[in-house]
Design a protein around this ligand. Sequence first.
Ligand SMILES: [Zn+2]
Length: 55
Amino acid sequence: MDFTELFQQLRCPDEHHAELAYDAAAQTLTCTVCRRVFRIEDNVPVLLLDEAQTA
Ligand SMILES: [Zn+2]
């Protein structure tokens, strides 16, 4: 199953709800506004601000 389209519809959990850039190789979603990096574990994006890494 291809999750790419699904991941591309996700939005940042922060107040700006910006688009996320999906990195298939790294299995991460990077916010286009705050640049937080959310990891994807077993095809489940971890969209938690506390878990995000800042680039
Ligand atoms: Zn953001």
